[in-house]
Unconditional design. Structure first.
Length: 397
């Protein structure tokens, strides 16, 4: 019983014999005639060997060493120099068992050496052995190419999704309320997004959320939440009350209905008449408020309320708080991807160190400066998580 290897039609075992003697070609053909999974091709002119190989796509080449048109060792070298044949297994056929000739053939790239005519069983076994290895190589390369194409397609989809998320972020503001921001999606695209808008002529809403996980799914959830906030479409919800907003979002976006995804969030509402900032956070890093009569003497307040992440546990109520803003007030809302970077010593930057870094920046250049510092700190401008930071300066009316 013949032992056959499974191979796709594109990679059927295919033998190309290059030998000027037709009698050898016929003998090898007869040896392989009963092997249903092996195709046989014969080339009697070594000058046509490479062209024939490019047409029949052999999985193994049998090649004579003594031919009048071309020295066999020269053909070995040419086959190995040619891009289309350099990896095809090559079995040299010789009339003699000569160690020096063997060594030279192997040195030029031959895979095997047989004295012709070899035994049928041995020849078939070697053909199958070398073809199996070559077919595995072809299939591995095809799998790699398919994976690469898939990754490239995914990268394009992630880039499109990131651009869509970016398009939803409002333009920086100037005037009584000044905003500046930076949004740099990670290579896998996280679930960050943020925004701000006037609820009415006196109240200004600011929000930033970070969906767990990465990819298009996380981005879609973040976009859904942002659209709800922008359209104020949560039923029976006072969007002037941050605690109620988070409570309503928790009910509207349970992780059980969103592929087990939840999100952290910070939401605040500024009253321009009272200069009070109502806020609530759900599992999110605290916003940094720098406020006082002037920046040089301002106090630093971390704005956070002790709530769970949003969407994890239905039926709970979120708590809020209120901060008084002085004559000078500057605030930063950010995701943990901004400061959770690996330092040269392998440790991750602590949040307190990041906050201290914020205080040392010129407000007019703080966002860009922090970005540059984080890139330098980790030695790369590519982030493992989305880099999202929003600066708001509340000028005195």
């Amino acid at each position: 019983m013949n032992t056959m290897i499974e191979s796709s039609p594109e990679h059927q075992i295919t033998v190309l014999l290059v030998d000027d003697q037709a009698i050898i070609g016929e003998a090898v053909r007869r040896m392989l005639a009963g092997e249903k999974d092996i195709r046989f091709h014969y080339c009697n002119d070594p000058l046509n060997a490479i062209q024939t190989a490019s047409e029949v796509l052999p999985t193994v080449i049998l090649q004579d060493l003594v031919m009048p048109q071309m020295d066999g060792l020269t053909l070995v070298r040419l086959l190995r120099e040619n891009q289309s044949t350099r990896n095809i297994p090559l079995i040299v056929l010789s009339t003699k068992e000569e160690p020096l000739t063997k060594a030279e053939a192997f040195g030029l790239g031959a895979n095997d050496y047989l004295v012709k005519l070899p035994d049928k069983i041995e020849l078939i076994a070697r053909i199958r052995y070398h073809s199996r290895a070559y077919i595995n190589l072809l299939e591995r390369n095809e799998a790699y190419d398919a994976l690469l194409k898939s990754q490239q397609q995914l990268a394009r989809e992630l880039a499109e999704a990131a651009e869509y998320v970016r398009s939803l972020i409002p333009s920086p503001l100037k005037g009584a309320i000044q905003t500046n921001w930076k949004f740099i999606p990670s290579t896998q695209l996280g679930g960050d997004t943020f925004g701000y808008h006037w609820l009415d002529q006196d109240h200004f809403a600011i929000y930033l959320l970070d969906v767990c996980g990465h990819g298009v799914g996380a981005a879609l959830l973040s976009v859904s939440v942002i659209n709800v906030l922008r359209s104020q479409s949560l039923p029976a919800t006072d969007f002037h009350d941050p605690a109620r907003v988070l409570t309503a979002l928790n009910e509207a976006f349970p992780m059980a209905n969103n592929n087990r995804m939840y999100f952290t969030m910070w939401y605040g509402v500024f009253n321009k008449n009272t200069r009070k900032l109502a806020y609530a956070s759900g599992g999110h890093p605290p916003s940094v408020l720098i406020t006082g009569n002037e920046r040089e003497k301002a106090q630093v307040v971390q704005l956070m309320t002790p709530n769970l992440v949003v969407g994890a546990l239905p039926g709970i109520s979120f708590k809020g708080a209120v901060a008084d803003l002085g004559t000078y007030a500057e605030m930063y809302v950010y995701s943990d991807g901004v400061y959770e970077v690996n330092q040269p010593d392998g440790t991750m930057l602590e949040r307190e160190a990041f906050i201290q870094m914020l205080l040392e920046q010129n407000p007019d250049e703080a966002i860009d400066s922090i970005h540059r510092k984080m890139c330098a700190l980790q030695g790369s401008d590519a982030f493992e998580d989305d880099f999202s930071i929003l600066q708001t300066i509340f000028h005195q009316a």
